[in-house]
Ligand binder design. Structure first.
Ligand code: PEP
Ligand code: CO
Length: 451
């Protein structure tokens, strides 16, 4: 590629700068920002474009109903918790869920973390007031710190550089876990059997026994379990912080196309998906597979215009619509979008985010969700796809591998008082390890019923 065309492409990547960008931090110092983005622009990629292309192929399989997507991780990752134990627990939880879902769906599961970059959050206000003191709102560890002091809440662009380093080492660890035997099918199944020792989960024993028999059958047939010791694991996050995403974008020498190398997959949030906004403009220019969150007010025209802008070539695997309607809305809001998509021949994968439309405040004052609502939205998602004849492609979950108490219910019956025991999230409530597995068993039952 000539120097000239690289320059043209670089300029084109900056077209978003003239458009309104919602949810950006008010960086107090332009020089600090320029220094941080220069460091990022000169740094090695986190996610390689070839892996992003491979993920696109896998998501194309999801859109055709030949694979199922499982995407999960924290609402907001934190720098302090990016340690091997917590990351390992999250990977383990996702792998355990994936085995159950693979069996339920009789299909490969595409595994993706909301990890290694999920460090920036949209907020309802630029400021937070406590006891009459007003400070900048916490916007994620890549922007400022959670602690409620003026120093901590000052947006600091060097935090993006710190976030870049932590994301890189997180992905490195994820690869070590998923390539180094941690993902061995028999071992993951053994973990699931451990989970089922708790009498609260008795109803899932049948599924676990079926998986057990399937593994024994594979062994008897001489299956190569050595080859099943490694899995592909991708990472994605909300592409919210445009200064970071732009600085991480490179022209890939192999394809001569721009890729956002901060992750394999990027999604645009419900609050920043305006057709004429900076986020949609910027992401339309990079070649990664993209997600777009769609809430209950989305119209058929909104959805078609987003698809036209982000995927004019109708490239399989490019676009995943992640619906987050709320349990009370999904059965009325989703059918019209799916019918429209089918009528217009849209090529997209569909996933459900049963978390963000179901946030409530508990009687004890915690931001929480009910496990029953989460499950009800997933159930509605399958029902509606089935009725319209489209493909329910996957799950997008806020979860953690630890035993936190942030979501109400589940077989262990966390109640309003129980939330206080271990409520650790920085932003939204996450399913804990047990609730995540329980959800996987319940979804596996739905997948079997849908066959
Ligand atoms: C999120 O995924 O953390 C989020 C903010 O979701 P949404 O954009 O769907 O509200
Ligand atoms: Co969230």
């Amino acid at each position: 590629m000539s120097v000239d065309s690289t320059e043209v492409m670089q300029e084109d990547l900056d077209s978003y700068r003239s458009l309104p960008a919602l949810q950006q931090p008010l960086w107090p110092d332009a020089h600090e920002l320029a220094r941080a983005t220069a460091v990022l622009a000169g740094s090695a990629p986190i996610a390689h474009p070839a892996r992003a292309d491979f993920l696109k192929e896998r998501l194309a399989a999801v859109s055709r109903g030949e694979a199922f997507l499982l995407q999960g991780g924290d609402c907001a990752e934190s720098f302090a918790e990016a340690d091997a134990t917590r990351i390992g627990n999250k990977i383990r939880t996702i792998l355990q869920m994936a085995v159950v879902l693979t069996h339920g769906a009789s299909m490969p599961v595409v595994k993706m973390g909301r990890m290694a970059g999920q460090f920036a959050k949209p907020r309802s206000s630029h400021v937070e007031t406590r006891d009459g003191v007003e400070l900048p709102a916490y916007r994620g560890d890549m922007v400022n710190a959670f602690e409620f002091t003026p120093e901590a809440r000052r947006p600091d662009p060097m935090r993006m550089v710190e976030g870049y380093r932590i994301s890189g080492s997180t992905l490195n660890l994820i690869e070590a876990f998923t390539q180094g035997g941690f993902a061995d099918l028999r071992r993951v199944h053994e973990w699931n059997s451990g989970f089922l020792k708790n009498p609260a989960y008795k109803r899932y024993e049948r599924t676990a026994k079926e998986i057990d028999r399937a593994i024994k059958f594979m062994a008897a047939c001489g299956a190569d379990f050595g080859a099943l010791r490694t899995v592909d694991f991708f990472v994605g996050h909300e592409a919210l912080l445009l200064d970071y995403e732009r600085a991480m974008t490179r022209i890939d020498a192999r394809t001569t196309k721009p890729y956002d190398t901060s992750a394999h997959f990027l999604w645009i949030g419900e609050r920043t998906r305006q057709l004429d906004g900076a986020h949609v403009e910027f992401l339309s220019k990079v070649r990664n597979p993209l997600g777009v969150k769609l809430g209950p007010s989305t119209t058929c025209d909104d959805m078609l215009a987003l698809a036209e802008k982000l995927d004019p070539e109708r490239e399989p695997g490019r676009l995943t619509f992640i619906t987050r309607m709320g349990a009370g809305n999904i059965r009325t809001a989703l059918p019209k979008l799916l019918e429209c998509a089918r009528r217009e021949g849209l090529v997209a994968a569909w996933a459900t985010d049963p978390m963000h439309g179901n946030t409530i405040t508990s009687a004890t004052g915690y931001k929480t969700r009910r496990f029953t609502d989460v499950l009800d939205e997933v159930t509605g998602f399958f029902e509606v796809h089935r009725a319209v004849g489209t493909v329910p492609g996957g799950l997008h979950m806020e979860l953690t591998g630890d035993d936190v108490t942030e979501v109400l219910g589940g077989a262990e019956e966390i109640d309003d008082e129980g939330l206080a025991a271990r409520y650790e999230t920085l932003v939204d409530p996450r399913l804990n390890h047990q609730q995540s597995l329980e959800l996987a068993f319940l979804v596996a039952e739905m997948l079997v019923a849908a066959k």
